[in-house]
Design a binder for this molecule. Structure first.
Ligand SMILES: [Zn+2]
Ligand SMILES: [Zn+2]
Length: 264
């Protein structure tokens, strides 16, 4: 098999993995929403179809760089991903996870803030904000340009920060889990977590909810660090208010565009 074909197959395989992972995770949390909060996504069928369509495009965009790097790791010794637990001190194992999450969060915060500049918002980021209110299916509902900015992060970080392959799996699991639950429209975590001291620094659904509601604030992904440092943290959102306004705003990219113009 030629090298080119092997790389293409790896990219296709990774696309399928990312797509199936998205579908299973979002379907699981959408089902949990239906069981615990019947009617929560009522009237959002059209929006959910759009969220799924954009998310599946994103799966391909995420899958290609990941597939190429996975091939290089397996066949050419690329990346600093290691399999021997003894390769680095044990204390480094949790540190590597935090480094990955913090680096990803930093990239996300600044690229996300940039995408809220009116011109970029209109052309690119409005796709994500067309979800009003977002659902468990909105986790990867991004315009392809935005998906590309997200897709390169982890495949680049594995060249810079050493990480055990199992911990990389953990980082990807956290990424998927938080991506889905932050858009779900309700808190899956107990109140002491998001309402207490831990919630002052960690982002969960109530925090990202406010971003979807008010736009010009709460840009972070996992941590409130950059929002706090840069003065863009506006605290936790209120799910009920957005559901009320989501309906009256008419939803769609048009609504997002109007709000972006106002805050931009
Ligand atoms: Zn945004
Ligand atoms: Zn969002």
């Amino acid at each position: 098999m030629t090298v080119f074909l092997a790389i293409v197959l790896s990219a296709v395989a990774m696309t399928v993995i990312v797509g199936v992972r998205y579908l299973l995770t979002s379907a699981g949390f959408a089902l949990a929403t239906r069981l615990t909060r019947p009617g929560h996504y009522a009237g959002l069928d059209e929006q959910i179809r759009r969220e799924i369509r954009w998310s599946l495009y994103s799966a391909a965009i995420y899958g290609v760089p990941a597939g190429i790097v996975a091939w290089g790791w397996q066949n050419r010794g690329w990346t600093l991903i290691y399999e021997d637990w003894g390769a680095y001190p044990l204390w480094y194992v949790p540190v590597s996870v935090l480094l990955f999450l913090f680096a990803h969060d930093t990239w996300f915060y600044w690229s996300h803030r940039w995408m809220h500049r009116p011109a970029v918002f209109r052309r690119v980021h409005a796709v994500h904000h067309a979800s009003r209110p977002p659902t468990a299916w909105a986790a990867m509902a991004f315009h392809p340009w935005e998906a590309l900015t997200g897709a390169v992060v982890i495949p680049l970080l594995v060249f810079v920060i050493p990480i055990h392959v199992a911990m990389l799996g953990l980082v990807l699991t956290v990424m998927t889990f938080m991506g889905v639950t932050n858009h779900m429209g309700w808190e899956i975590f107990p109140r002491f977590m998001w309402g207490g001291p831990l919630g002052a620094w960690l982002i969960t659904a109530s925090h990202h909810q406010r971003h979807h509601d008010a736009y010009g604030c709460n840009y972070g992904l996992y941590f409130r660090f950059w929002d706090r440092v840069c003065g863009t943290d506006r605290g936790l959102g209120d799910f009920a208010s957005q559901r009320r306004r989501g309906g009256s705003a008419g939803g769609g990219a048009g609504a997002g565009r109007r709000v972006a113009d106002r805050v931009g």
